[in-house]
Design a protein around this ligand. Structure first.
Ligand code: SAM
Length: 241
């Protein structure tokens, strides 16, 4: 049965949009989606984003957004690539006590207040995030608000690209929305710690990755598109940043 999601383009919010790596990924993967708003505080990044996509992101601190602001977009999906400095292994790893984590924590705190929560969330960060206190808060808030969490550490190497750049990726499906519940994911509790994260050993070709994910995770097409789009996403991130 065709779902509502496959008939209508997803309304997408792109938080921490930078120069648009996640939007580029959506375009390249031909996901049926429209980015209804992007948010970034950096005016130079926003110049580049505008050049790339013909749309200037909302320029300001994400921390100033409230639940009514977010509800007003009636978004199906949120893409979030928050600052990685609080979690990177090359840094102090202050986690949530690092000021650069505040806006992401604020967004998470708004989730229980939303009247129009998204059906899908996609979070990207560095390896090291998965053992942070911010990760524990992310998983706790999302679980309490009906989201199913799937997490991965993926590297371009696993997509056949000669570049080692492992990154943390998190997909969340909202079982409380019509679109989310129609996807039929079983709830899967996420345990903290790298050993609990599926680390795919590659290289996978596009077909191989699709078949692996279908078999292991029972993903349907739209969500699968996001996984396949990781190849494009990874290309975009390391080529454009
Ligand atoms: C890891 S980068 C995201 C890169 C992006 N995915 C891309 O493809 O370019 C984090 C981005 O968040 C932005 N940022 C950091 N803190 C912010 C805040 N409080 N409000 C809005 N944007 C913020 C930075 O300017 C930066 O562009």
């Amino acid at each position: 049965m065709e779902s509502e999601v496959s008939r209508n383009p997803w309304r997408v919010l792109e938080f921490y949009s930078g120069i648009g790596g996640l939007r580029y990924s959506l375009l390249k993967a031909a996901v049926n989606a429209t980015v209804v708003e992007a948010f970034d505080i950096n005016d130079v990044a926003n110049d580049v984003y505008q050049h790339n996509f013909g749309h200037r992101p909302f320029q300001g601190n994400i921390q100033t957004l409230n639940a009514a602001d977010l509800d007003s977009y009636n978004a199906d999906a949120w893409l979030l690539s928050p600052p990685c400095q609080p979690y990177t292994r090359q840094g102090l790893q202050k986690g949530s006590s690092d000021a650069r984590a505040s806006s992401f924590l604020k967004i998470l705190e708004l989730v229980p207040q939303l009247l129009q929560p998204p059906s899908y969330l996609f979070v990207e960060n560095v390896v090291g995030f998965e053992t942070s206190d911010t990760h524990a808060i992310l998983v706790d808030i999302l679980e309490k608000n009906n989201f199913v969490t799937q997490e991965f550490i993926l590297s371009p190497l696993q997509f056949g690209l000669p570049y080692s750049r492992p990154r943390y990726y998190c997909l969340d499906l909202n079982g409380a929305t019509e679109a989310g519940s129609s996807m039929g994911w079983e709830r899967q509790k996420c345990k903290p710690g790298t050993q609990s994260l599926p680390l795919f050993c590659g290289p996978f070709g596009k077909k191989g990755m699709q078949e692996f994910l279908k078999a292991k995770l029972n993903l349907r097409d739209e969500l699968l598109s996001l996984y396949v789009s990781l190849k494009h996403f990874l290309v975009a991130v390391f080529a454009m940043q």
